[in-house]
Design a protein around this ligand. Structure first.
Ligand SMILES: C[S@@+](CC[C@H](N)C(=O)[O-])C[C@H]1O[C@@H](n2cnc3c(N)ncnc32)[C@H](O)[C@@H]1O
Length: 379
């Protein structure tokens, strides 16, 4: 959204009760818009406030099908309002208009455009397909309720919501304009009347003010939010990339033990083997080392027999090999350096950069595993 559009949006939001700290402003730096401090702001000072009763209320008077979640009702109401030119603060189709979204959002990618990505990472390709299917399902659901709905506006709403709305609350003006960083610079507060953002740390003039969108796999940022930021901290979510099949009693016991600590989803197969998936959002490889639950996963799954488990002198070696083998096998799914640049259209170059980063992160984690000595791995 251009600065001119932003200013007119701001005027509307102010007249609806938005309160914005005079020491912050929206700026474009290296092609990316974000919110910046223009003066010193102490930790805990309020940055933005907006009254909850001015948020878009989903039109509950309508006879929605039972399958319509709050999110779907929100998409519908928002689309209807925009189509009917009722344009209060949530008139955001100027923000990321469809013509801009189409330029780089994976939803619009044809399989032929994704061939390079498919070759470089079948897992990323699979998640792009899942994201496309999810959006199509939303569209179908809404169209079956109202066949006259404007599909372009609906798509703009759905994709903007993915990138900017607050859980099930929807868009909150200006509060939705902060970029992501795991080094969170903000605290969110909601009381009965208002949603607030307050500074999470002391800010200096010129500092970009970040908010944390949550610990998520780097693929999620690229697919759902449509960007890759090389300066951010990145995570690889093992829940997204791995599943296990337990066949022997020992393997089943291992996963039962793990299940008491982390969230596993299991399904018994007709041959009595059990498929286990790790819940998304728990078990991560960070930039250089796995988190505690990932280490535990390596630990619990490294013994091939009870004898191994009882042989303490073997432990360090087994755990190290397990961690290294596990991460190395993940790396085998990343073939970005086998793909020539022209096989990835320039609009998806951020996906290429992300996969290169993933490669680097996996190497760093392998180096970490190699370095671990017996007792240190699980500390
Ligand atoms: C909630 S909006 C943030 C404000 C947005 N930059 C704007 O001008 O409206 C989320 C979008 O901002 C972009 N974004 C968020 N964090 C980013 C980051 N660390 N680096 C680059 N772009 C980012 C992505 O395009 C994402 O979909």
């Amino acid at each position: 959204m251009s600065t001119r559009n932003y200013n007119s949006f701001l005027d509307t939001a102010l007249s609806e009760g938005l309160n914005i700290n005079k020491g912050i402003e929206r700026r474009c730096v290296d092609g990316v818009y974000g919110m910046y401090a223009t003066k010193k702001i102490p930790k805990l000072e309020q940055l933005v406030r907006f009254p909850l009763n001015k948020l878009l209320a989903t039109n509950e008077g309508l006879d929605y099908p039972e399958s319509f979640t709050k999110e779907i009702r929100y998409f519908y109401t928002c689309t209807k309002n925009i189509s009917e030119s009722k344009r209060p603060w949530f008139y955001f189709d100027n923000f990321y208009p469809l013509k801009d979204i189409k330029k780089s959002h994976v939803y619009f990618a044809k399989d032929s455009e994704l061939q390079g990505i498919r070759q470089a990472s079948p897992i990323l390709f699979q998640y792009i397909k899942i994201a496309q299917t999810r959006i199509n399902k939303h569209i179908e659901e809404i169209k079956s309720f109202d066949k006259n709905i404007d599909q372009d506006v609906l798509l703009t709403v759905i994709i903007n919501s993915q990138q900017r709305s607050w859980d099930d609350v929807g868009f909150i003006p200006v509060l939705d304009l902060f970029n992501h960083s795991e080094v969170d610079g903000l605290a969110r507060r909601v009381d009965d009347e208002n949603a607030y953002l307050v500074a999470g740390q002391d800010l200096e003039p010129g500092d970009q003010i970040f908010i944390n969108y949550g610990q998520k796999d780097m693929y999620f940022h690229a697919i759902d939010y449509g960007y890759f930021d090389p300066n951010s901290l990145h995570n690889i979510d093992l829940g997204l990339r791995t599943n296990f099949t337990a066949q022997t009693t020992a393997q089943k016991q291992t996963f039962r033990r793990l299940n008491s600590i982390m969230n596993l989803v299991s399904k018994e197969n007709p041959d009595k083997s059990i498929d286990y998936n790790i819940a998304i959002g728990e078990v991560f490889l960070g930039e250089t080392a796995p988190n505690y639950l990932a280490m535990l996963l390596f630990y619990e799954t490294c013994f091939r027999s009870d004898q191994d488990r009882n042989n303490k002198t073997l432990h360090g070696k087994l755990i190290r090999n397990r961690a290294e083998g596990f991460i190395t096998s993940m790396k085998s799914f990343n073939k970005i350096y086998d793909v020539i640049s022209s096989d990835i259209p320039s609009k998806f170059i951020y996906l290429r950069k992300m996969l290169e980063k993933e490669h680097e992160i996996l190497n760093a984690n392998i180096a970490w595993a190699k370095q671990q000595s017996a007792g240190r791995l699980l500390r």
